[in-house]
Design a protein around this ligand. Sequence first.
Ligand SMILES: Cc1cc2nc3c(=O)[nH]c(=O)nc-3n(C[C@H](O)[C@H](O)[C@H](O)COP(=O)(O)OP(=O)(O)OC[C@H]3O[C@@H](n4cnc5c(N)ncnc54)[C@H](O)[C@@H]3O)c2cc1C
Length: 318
Amino acid sequence: MSAKPILVLGAGVSGLSTAITLLRAGLPVAIWARELPPHTTSNQAAALWFPYLAQPLERVNRWANVSLQFFREQLLPDPASGCQPVTVHDLYDHPVAEPWWAAAAGGDYRRLDPGRLPAGYRDGFETESVVIDTSIYMDYLVAWFRRLGGELLQKEVASMYEALAVADVVINCTGLGSRQLAGDDSVYPVRGQTARVRPNGFGEALLDDEGPNSLGYIIPRSADIVLGGTAQENDWDLSLRASDRADILRKAAAMHPAFAEVEILSEGVGLRPARPTVRLEAEALPDGKRLVHNYGHGGAGFTLSWGCAEEARMKMKG
Ligand SMILES: Cc1cc2nc3c(=O)[nH]c(=O)nc-3n(C[C@H](O)[C@H](O)[C@H](O)COP(=O)(O)OP(=O)(O)OC[C@H]3O[C@@H](n4cnc5c(N)ncnc54)[C@H](O)[C@@H]3O)c2cc1C
């Protein structure tokens, strides 16, 4: 292994988790990123551990499960991480034999009694998840990275050659930026708008991915509750839309009466870096250098973060 630092591109959840994983393995690491927290897409996520909008299913389930264990063992014990346990109710308007995310949760789920389903739903599952308050967690990751000796530089990279000129191993965690940087037209934005409302004592996360209030979610955090959402493909618009706000509030009220009236504290928009499949693979370059890609996590960047980081570390070695 070269003594030169490994260069990670990107300081969203993928880049920071990957860089921390490498530092924990005793490897020197630097990050170059165009935007740093709090100005990344990752900062716009709620976020909940829950696989959404990411493929292929078998790898996603594995990465998600590894990440869930990591969140439970390494992050939940530290209240400063912004991570807390939360019970999730995943709701359906039709009978479902088994939730598609069962393997990701390690088989740990229960069917909801019909009496616990909100109006308009016919089936639902409950699982123990983790809420990751990105307004705390992203800064926590940056501090962890620095404490382990990592160097963080705000710098836009115009081409991979620029990065490979200074490092023997480059790990590309640039999300949507890989459209240009890796010349990958298959990465595309899926726009998400959210509203953060004043806490009202509601403590469970509710999700409707494909039912009457799709894509609706309610995610309680320590200082607010995040209501969502939207999933608008190939929509690059980062401005807030009144029509989306109205739709988000309508869906939350339909999912639970506690949200019939809310006080909005702040709102946000982010572009999920979607791709037909997550790109997690290595390119061996002719000069012996190595380029590992870790991007395209769609709506599951946090959910997959530690599993993908560990696999990126393995791919680095060949
Ligand atoms: C509204 C919303 C809700 C979400 N909710 C959840 C959730 O509940 N759970 C979940 O798991 N996920 C959720 N997501 C998805 C999650 O936010 C993304 O999957 C994740 O943030 C992707 O992280 P990333 O690090 O790959 O990319 P980003 O966070 O986009 O980071 C990319 C980094 O690369 C840098 N970069 C890009 N191009 C260049 C370049 N040329 N040179 C240098 N640096 C560059 C950027 O500046 C940035 O630092 C949500 C997303 C949205 C928008």
